[in-house]
Design a binder for this molecule. Structure first.
Ligand code: NDP
Length: 249
């Protein structure tokens, strides 16, 4: 039921952080995994770790034609696509009154438009096998607001609503679409936030009932589950993986 042998997965931002955590989970369940990222060194290291059933594609997904190129390359290498994980993301921390058009578009393009373009390009291949999976990474900022993350929050709210549209539109094709909403996870992304917000560590530990930061390994199981036949009737959801943060009153 949880076996992904013979399935082909694409993980954007799969060369580090949460994406690599999910790539590890998918590979451990038997999937062939393509990781997508801009940094060639990180791509190489991820493939060295994931093993011979993995492959890296260097791409900046904010570029207009990148998604089509990535999907075409995966299909050429692996013969199809069963699982798409839209994980690549970034943040530019500014108060709403200070956000420039450039900031806004940079965050939207990396976090939301890339997911749309990857999903659109993957659709015929996901449809062809009758059991396609789209897993997209939202955030607790899909639910809560933070003063320094207006564009980021809007992009992550967009991921949840986009996921619901996919679930409804592509349900008849046997494709499921779900979002994962991470809490506070220790990665390169939050290392930057810790530098900008001196009391962040104390606030995270105070708000998170499990009294710890999450780590990329916390995402291996949920990714493998959502990609598997076990989750065939799970679609349109937004699942928190947050140590209880979202239910803490
Ligand atoms: P990291 O910064 O560790 O990883 C981000 C990944 O995205 C890297 O692999 C990076 O690879 C890739 N990436 C970024 N921009 C692009 C781009 N334009 N084109 C291609 N790849 C890109 O961050 P996280 O692991 O923390 O973040 C992963 C996802 O989880 C993001 O969507 C983030 O918003 C979300 N998230 C994270 C939380 C946290 O607490 N860490 C909380 C909630 C959500 P490269 O540098 O090689 O391009």
């Amino acid at each position: 039921m949880f076996d992904l042998s013979g399935r082909v997965a694409v993980v954007t931002g799969g060369n580090g952080g949460i994406g690599l955590g999910m790539a590890r989970g998918l590979a451990a369940a038997g999937a062939w995994v393509a990781v997508v990222g801009r940094n060639a060194e990180k791509n190489k290291a991820a493939v060295a770790e994931l093993g011979e059933d993995s492959f890296a594609i260097q791409a900046d997904l904010t570029e207009k034609d990148a998604a089509d190129r990535v999907i075409a390359q995966v299909v050429e290498q692996a013969g199809g696509i069963d699982i798409l994980v839209n994980n690549a993301g970034t943040n530019i921390r500014r108060l709403p009154q200070d956000v420039t058009d450039e900031d806004w578009h940079a965050v939207m393009d990396a976090n939301l438009t890339s997911a749309m373009r990857m999903s659109r390009a993957a659709y015929p291949h996901l449809k062809a096998n009758g059991r396609g999976r789209v897993i997209s990474i939202g955030s607790m900022m899909s639910i809560f607001g933070l003063p320094l993350s207006p564009a980021y929050g809007a992009s992550k709210g967009g991921i949840v609503q986009y996921t619901r549209s996919l679930a409804v539109a592509w349900g008849p094709d046997g494709i499921t679409a779900n979002a994962i909403l991470p809490g506070w996870i220790e990665t390169e992304l939050t290392a930057g936030a810790k530098r900008d917000i001196p009391d962040l560590n104390d606030r995270v530990l105070a708000r998170t009932p499990q009294k710890r930061w999450g780590n990329p390994g916390d995402f291996a199981g949920i990714a493998a589950f959502l990609a598997s036949d076990a989750a065939a009737f799970v679609t349109g959801t937004a699942i928190p993986v947050d140590g209880g943060l979202s239910v803490h009153g």
